[in-house]
Design a protein around this ligand. Structure first.
Ligand SMILES: *[C@@H]1O[C@H](CO)[C@@H](O)[C@H](O)[C@H]1NC(C)=O
Ligand SMILES: *[C@@H]1O[C@H](CO)[C@@H](O)[C@H](O)[C@H]1NC(C)=O
Ligand SMILES: *[C@@H]1O[C@H](CO)[C@@H](O)[C@H](O)[C@H]1NC(C)=O
Ligand SMILES: *[C@@H]1O[C@H](CO)[C@@H](O)[C@H](O)[C@H]1NC(C)=O
Ligand SMILES: *[C@@H]1O[C@H](CO)[C@@H](O)[C@H](O)[C@H]1NC(C)=O
Ligand SMILES: *[C@@H]1O[C@H](CO)[C@@H](O)[C@H](O)[C@H]1NC(C)=O
Length: 364
């Protein structure tokens, strides 16, 4: 796509945010405006006012060797390389994301961040994409091993929410990976905008480069398409069983599509069926390098699940792993988006029946 079309798309994305959020009078500063230098500037809790409507955050932000075990309540996430990232997941076994979104804690692939660790083998495939504006990590997970109900289609975690205090409340994120950090693994920048879908035996996460424009960060780390899952927010060709790092083109920001040469914006309805009139295009990727998970996650070798929900009757059968074609291209897009579209209808119906706001569309 040409640069001029992309800049129009970005401008539209930046202005299409819905003004639904209402700051909590007890804690009116949006989480995205709470910035702290790592590590010395980070307070014990960034969201501590007990008068706030959803209460204060359940965990803490100063995380170190004393807080590092499988009951850690650390809510400071690190997202670096494919061997070193954290996902948000519940502190309580057998939870759904919809019921616990404000409580989630950091579960990481590497010791040293003061957090819980993702049990060995729970990550079943991970695709890590580098772009000029963000990092995207998508993959497959035995979600019961990170305290999720086996059948949970999940939902979106992001630093916004209806009261702008974030889900989880007070959740911070840092990274050493962006060029503006000078390639120094020992120096961390706060990631201002990010989004992480968990559910349906899958996950996906985008972390936006804090050095980019705020319009770009808003566009690529959209948070208003929370019922449209990974296949619309982060169209990808991650494959179950494969662990890879690739360069990638930029995605078209969620909700935008071109029909008959005209750029259109799809607005997700607040309730009822989510049925976007388009399929999201998976951006082209290249220079993929694959790794053995045992080499990437050696630090997890002895980490076992502490309380595994029975996973025998999980919903994994419905998820569609993409067929094992070329890893270095976006050719899986057709299959991926078709299955995503089909699943969207089913998920939306389910969401309507259960009354949950959270629906997850499977990865490709
Ligand atoms: C370690 O983290 C805990 C919990 O946040 C905090 O109370 C304690 O002061 C920290 N210890 C050090 C040495 O920073
Ligand atoms: C985890 O660490 C905390 C803080 O040091 C401690 O209170 C707790 O007992 C530990 N839990 C486990 C399961 O080791
Ligand atoms: C930073 O860490 C990653 C793996 O986590 C490694 O591949 C890379 O070489 C490191 N960079 C430097 C400059 O040490
Ligand atoms: C924002 O993204 C556009 C589209 O990729 C890019 O051309 C532009 O340089 C980005 N802006 C910044 C400040 O990085
Ligand atoms: C998890 O929760 C569901 C519904 O709340 C329940 O039916 C199931 O038995 C629970 N599983 C475990 C292993 O506790
Ligand atoms: C991914 O692969 C694992 C191991 O083969 C399997 O148990 C799991 O069901 C697969 N996940 C999905 C979503 O297909």
């Amino acid at each position: 796509m040409s640069r001029s079309i992309l800049s129009v798309l970005l401008a539209i994305a930046a202005t299409s945010k819905l003004a639904l959020a209402q700051p909590d009078p007890a804690d009116p500063t949006p989480l995205v405006d709470k910035t702290y230098a790592y590590p010395s500037g980070i307070p014990y809790q960034v969201d501590y006012n007990t008068a706030a409507l959803r209460g204060p955050q359940v965990g803490y932000n100063i995380c170190n060797s004393t807080t590092e075990n499988q009951s850690s309540m650390c809510q400071t996430s690190m997202v670096n390389h494919i061997d070193d990232f954290c996902l948000w997941a519940p502190p309580i076994p057998n939870s759904t994301i919809g019921d616990t979104e404000q409580l989630e804690v950091a579960w990481c692939t590497k010791p040293g961040h003061g957090t819980r660790l993702i049990p060995n083998g729970a990550l079943q495939g991970v695709q890590y994409l580098r772009t000029s504006q963000y990092i995207q990590i998508a993959g497959f997970i035995d979600q019961t091993q990170v305290n999720m109900n086996a059948l949970d289609y999940g939902g979106e975690l992001d630093p916004h929410g209806a009261d702008l205090r974030g889900n989880p409340l007070g959740g911070l994120m840092y990274s050493n990976v962006f060029p503006s950090n000078g390639g120094n693994n020992n120096s961390y920048q706060q990631v201002i905008d990010w989004t992480n879908f968990m559910g349906g035996s899958s996950f996906c996460m985008t972390i936006c480069d804090p050095a980019s424009s705020s319009a770009n960060q808003s566009a690529y780390c959209q948070n208003i398409y929370d019922r449209m899952g990974c296949s619309y927010n982060m169209p990808n060709n991650a494959q179950n069983g494969t662990f890879e790092v690739c360069d990638s083109d930029l995605k078209i920001p969620a909700g935008l599509y071109v029909a008959g040469g005209v750029t259109m914006t799809y607005t997700q309805p607040n309730s009822g069926v989510v049925n976007p009139p388009y399929t999201a295009v998976t951006p082209a990727s290249s220079n993929c390098v694959t790794y053995a998970s045992t080499a990437l996650y050696a630090g997890l070798a002895t980490v076992t699940p502490t309380s595994v929900a029975a996973s025998g009757s999980s919903a994994t059968g419905t998820a569609k792993a993409s067929s094992g074609t070329s890893k270095a291209s976006s050719t899986g897009a057709a299959t991926a988006t078709q299955s995503g579209g089909a699943v969207a209808l089913g998920v939306s119906t389910l969401a309507g029946v259960t009354g949950t706001l959270f629906a997850m569309i499977f990865l490709s």
